[in-house]
Write a new protein. Structure first.
Length: 774
């Protein structure tokens, strides 16, 4: 069986052959006997001349019968190069010029499948027919205008017979066609067709390179061309003609193709002129067998791989890679500028070959001493491309040839970053060890380990931790975030658990004073919060607050410190709790619900930060209506004012004066329309007037809201009355027999009026009350 049989439909498998034949005869069985048709096509496919002759002569099946795709008996016989069957069919009337539905004549079919014997027979017969036609013509100039045009026929892809012949494993078909063109037409016609492009822009030499046809490339580019055409060239002109043909192919090598040069196209090509490629899909034996296909790979690199690596190298055809390597060296010898020609996207041939794992091309380029540190338009080297695609074999090869494992691109990202973020564990391990376990950070302070933590690449984290158990647990970025902060921020519970089990500190704080739990709450990462709590994270942590445990008490009383969650805390700066930061956005509502379920007591919900703001204040000034609703539902006190005297309604009017859902919700829960800030001298009504919300201003006035000067005037009058009552109270205190209901009424009235006026109750008032009600 012919060596190209694996490239056609029927591959020796009887069942597949039967299916292919059924497809061939589909649509013509209504005109002829289906069984006889199947027998005829099988005979043509196998070269059984006896059966074939019987079907045509005895059963009346035409020699030119063809399938709905235009595949005739002659085409099938040519595909397998059954020259005897071809000769029988031609003698019985099969046409040599009849094309298939794809426009392929018998000559083109013979060129495609490398059927050299059939090609010689067809050329001989066609040339004889053309010679007879020319002899019958009286006008030579007219008769020779389209002479031997069958040599220049094209199929639907604009492929000539020479293009198709360049796919073959050997050069015999190419040699035969060149000799026929030179002898029957002119050597200039051969030169022209060698520089002619098909539909995809490929010249014959490009097709030979893409299909790894080493013999054909050598014929077109080396001195073998002289020997091939010597018999058909005029005496003394062989070298000149051979140089012209060779230069035509060399000039074609400089063309800009679809992706770049021919080297870039070869890197992307999966075509092969016939080898053991079909066995590549079978299960491979092991890791070592995958790495040994290209010379130059250190044997010790095989030990770097582990069974659970996600980027184990795939099997490659050793024959194809050797052919590609040899072709690249031939091309570099004839056209050295190809080594530095960049693709349309700015990639060097080495980058393209590395990106496509073209082992033979990479090995050839490295042996030709190309620069491994060349960069593309983004500053990325071939190592970056190998690491980002997880081609660990290419990473190992480049490292063995001295490529840098940590060269930054224009964004200062290194190959390790790209390998870590994609989970390419084998590539990451190779780069990490080659860089002596140094994880260089980007300008914003993010290491490859942090990238892996941010993007849920747990496999990369385990790889780096196993390779370097001493990896710092307190590595920080420019904002002071550790890998745990970054994972908690992106709500990655599995990554958080992995880091905590590896020794990361739950209470380590970033530059904003936030622990990982507070960071998770600030970003609405409810799942990460649960993971942190399962490892003992402090749910009561504050941001930008330094806590001191005070275990002593003075005189049996709790000193100036504040009892909070069973501990004594001294705090300064912001002092936001997890509830505060979770109330900043409606996107954090789920996290806020989780916190409210854990912190149900009112002292937690109404806890003030250092600006005197509760979580409800934070939600109001950020217009987080969903958070406001959740806080009010769980008992948040809407009457609380911050240290500047602002209540929630005032903060909402300042932040978004036309946020009617929030305004309606706050008015529903707050009877006070006269909020007033003595520090800023603003009231609820004045803020609404400044914002220009006329409808809300009218509503406030209708419910008794006042401007700041009116509130001050009313407060002054009430303070005056309070002062008079205070003098009256002092008089009552000097009369011990009158400590009754009257005194209690005066005290209650005094306190209520002061609170309503917004004033601070003097300590003496509480001292009086303790003495009265003791």
């Amino acid at each position: 069986m012919h060596r190209f049989e694996h490239l056609i439909d029927a591959r020796g498998d009887e069942e597949r052959q039967q299916i292919a034949l059924d497809e061939y005869i589909e649509g013509i069985g209504d005109r002829y006997d289906l069984a006889q048709l199947r027998t005829a096509f099988q005979a043509a496919s196998k070269g059984d001349t006896t059966t074939l002759s019987a079907c045509i002569i005895n059963e009346g099946i035409p020699a030119d019968v063809e399938s709905s795709q235009g595949v005739s008996l002659l085409q099938l016989a040519i595909q397998r190069d059954h020259v005897k069957a071809v000769k029988v069919l031609i003698e019985l009337g099969a046409s040599l010029n009849k094309a298939t539905s794809r426009g392929r004549t018998p000559l083109l079919t013979a060129a495609k499948y490398g059927a050299i014997q059939s090609m010689r027979l067809i050329l001989q017969l066609l040339c004889e027919q053309e010679k007879s036609r020319l002899k019958k013509s009286n006008n030579k100039s007219t008769s020779t205008e389209n002479a031997y045009d069958f040599l220049f026929a094209f199929d639907e892809n604009n492929d000539s017979a020479l293009h198709l012949a360049c796919r073959g494993l050997e050069y015999k078909c190419v040699k035969t066609l060149l000799c026929a063109i030179i002898s029957k037409v002119d050597w200039r016609a051969a030169e022209k067709i060698l520089g002619q492009a098909n539909e995809r822009g490929y010249a014959p030499v490009h097709v030979a390179c893409m299909w790894r046809s080493v013999a054909v490339v050598r014929l077109l580019l080396s001195n073998e061309c002289n020997k091939a055409i010597a018999k058909v060239c005029p005496i003394g002109r062989t070298n000149r003609i051979a140089n012209a043909l060779r230069n035509a192919s060399i000039n074609a090598l400089t063309w800009e193709l679809q992706t770049g040069s021919i080297l870039h196209e070869m890197a992307c090509s999966k075509a092969c002129s016939g080898c053991a490629c079909e066995t590549i899909g079978q299960p491979h034996i092991g890791i070592a067998s995958n790495l040994g296909y290209v010379e130059g790979l250190p044997i010790g690199v095989v030990a770097e791989y582990e069974e659970d690596d996600l980027d184990l190298p795939s099997r490659k055809c050793i024959q194809c890679e050797r052919k590609a390597k040899e072709i690249v060296k031939l091309l570099a010898k004839r056209c050295p500028q190809l080594l530095v020609t960049r693709s349309i996207s700015g990639l060097t041939p080495l980058m393209s070959a590395v990106a496509k794992d073209a082992l033979g091309i990479v090995e050839a380029l490295l042996q030709l001493k190309v620069d491994t540190e060349e960069v593309d338009g983004k500053g990325r080297t071939a190592m970056h491309h190998a690491a980002s695609r997880g081609i660990s074999r290419q990473v190992a090869i480049l490292l063995s040839w001295g490529a840098s494992p940590c060269r930054p691109d224009f964004e200062c990202n290194r190959p390790m970053h790209y390998a870590a973020i994609k989970g390419h564990t084998a590539s990451l391990r190779l780069l990490y060890r080659a860089n002596k376990y140094i994880d260089v950070a980007t300008p914003n302070g993010h290491t490859a380990f942090m990238w892996a933590a941010m993007f849920r690449c747990d496999a990369s984290l385990r790889t780096m931790l196993n390779a370097n158990p001493l990896l710092s647990r307190h590595e920080r970025d420019n904002e002071g975030n550790t890998a745990l902060h970054l994972a908690a921020k992106r709500d990655l519970p599995n990554t958080v658990k992995l880091l905590l089990s590896a020794g990361w500190d739950t209470e380590y704080k970033n530059d904003r004073g936030e622990s990982a739990f507070v960071t998770a709450a600030a970003n609405g990462s409810a799942n990460a919060m649960r993971a942190l709590l399962s490892y003992g994270a402090d749910v009561f942590a504050l941001d930008k607050a330094t806590s001191l445990k005070l275990t002593a008490t003075l005189g049996g009383t709790r000193d100036l410190s504040m009892e909070l969650f069973g501990l004594w805390w001294l705090r300064w700066a912001d002092g936001n709790s997890a509830l505060h930061v979770a109330s900043r956005s409606d996107n954090c509502r789920d996290a806020l619900r989780e916190l409210l379920a854990w912190l149900m007591e009112s002292r937690f919900i109404n806890f003030r930060n250092n600006d005197g703001k509760t979580p409800l204040h934070i939600a109001a000034e950020n217009c987080a209506v969903k958070c406001i609703r959740e806080l009010l539902k769980n008992g948040a006190d809407i009457r609380v004012r911050d240290s500047r005297g602002w209540d929630c309604l005032m903060l909402t009017i300042k932040a978004n004066p036309r946020s009617w859902p929030i305004l309606t919700l706050l008015i529903k829960h707050s009877p006070n329309m006269n909020g007033y800030s003595p520090i800023d001298n603003v009231s609820t009504l004045s803020l609404a007037q400044t914002a220009g919300n006329e409808l809300f201003v009218a509503y406030l006035k209708m419910h008794g809201a006042m401007l700041p000067f009116e509130i001050i005037d009313r407060a002054a009058r009430r303070i005056q009355r309070w002062y008079r009552k205070k003098l009256f109270l002092r008089g009552l205190l000097h009369q011990p027999d009158r400590k009754g209901v009257r005194i209690r009424q005066v005290c209650a009235s005094l306190g209520a009026e002061m609170l309503e006026a917004g004033a601070q109750i003097p300590p003496v008032y509480f001292a009086v009350r303790r003495s009265l009600f003791a």
